[in-house]
Design a protein around this ligand. Structure first.
Ligand SMILES: [Fe+2]
Length: 273
């Protein structure tokens, strides 16, 4: 690899922002922007769901798209290759707690839900991948060097295929919040990254699932770059006591809607987090 070769993006970019402001300034900027958006929407202006040029999200300022995205037809080959057959994904890959010889540290949890289209129809046989920090908020990534422990029994990546009802199911460890260098004392709310494939690479969409009641929601510029509160709320899983397993795990439910007015928010294709 040469110096000019692209590197894998660090989690949420751990590069320190140029001005490195305090949280109070970031929070004020978020509140002012949201108030301005609400005013413009009240004046019947159409605004995008995701504000790509969202200054509180400092590390995106130089890399957010400046042009409207264009829809392009995928090349024919993309519809056939790479092909993910059922055989390629083993059932055990949806259990992130079984990837090493020992038990990972932290709060064991399951997350389940349905992948749906805008008519509420299940989307079957689709590849869903997740990645996440461990219980201490640490990713296995060379750019994540903050002083929280790695867990030798937890890698933090898994995948599964939706069943005939469009359902997916993961067993994992609840991720911890983690610091990033967007501003002074910046912490991301705990989250799990989700990737959903359609029938080709060009149909991949990526988003994040959050946990109910997280005190960091109002402080996080990534979460708040989604303009509408209802859209932000759709990224928060519901705690479901019926999904808990006695003496074993907590349970969360989170449905993913891939299009239409109730669609789950997805990251712009150029997003790197
Ligand atoms: Fe993350």
């Amino acid at each position: 690899m040469t110096d000019t070769a692209p590197q894998a993006a660090a989690p949420e970019s751990l590069l320190r922002s140029a001005d490195f402001p305090p949280q109070s300034q970031i929070t004020r900027e978020i509140q002012d922007l949201h108030a301005g958006f609400a005013e413009r929407v009240a004046g019947r202006e159409q605004l995008p769901k995701t504000i790509r040029d969202f200054p509180p999200y400092r590390s995106s300022l130089l890399r957010h798209p400046t042009k409207n995205p264009r829809l392009v037809d995928p090349e024919t080959i993309e519809l056939y290759s790479p092909a993910f057959g059922q055989r390629d994904v083993a059932a055990i890959e949806s259990d992130l707690t079984l990837q090493h010889t020992g038990e990972p540290q932290g709060e064991r949890m399951t997350v389940t839900g349905r992948l749906l289209d805008s008519w509420g129809r299940p989307i079957r046989n689709q590849l869903i991948e997740i990645w996440q920090a461990n219980a201490a908020g640490r990713y296995i990534h060379q750019r994540d060097q903050h002083p929280a422990p790695l867990d030798p029994n937890f890698t933090g990546a898994g995948r599964t295929i939706t069943n005939d009802d469009g359902e997916y199911h993961f067993t994992t460890i609840k991720p911890g919040p983690y610091p990033w260098k967007n501003h002074i004392n910046a912490w991301r709310p705990a989250h799990i990254h989700f990737s959903v494939f359609g029938s080709g690479f060009t149909q991949r969409i990526i988003t994040q699932m959050y946990f109910p009641g997280d005190p960091l929601f109002a402080l996080d510029p990534i979460y708040n770059s989604i303009r509408d509160e209802k859209d932000r709320d759709r990224l928060i899983a519901a705690y479901d006591h019926d999904l808990t397993v006695p003496e074993f795990s907590m349970g969360y439910r989170w449905d993913i809607v891939v299009d239409g007015p109730d669609a789950t928010w997805f990251e712009p294709e150029e997003g790197e987090h």
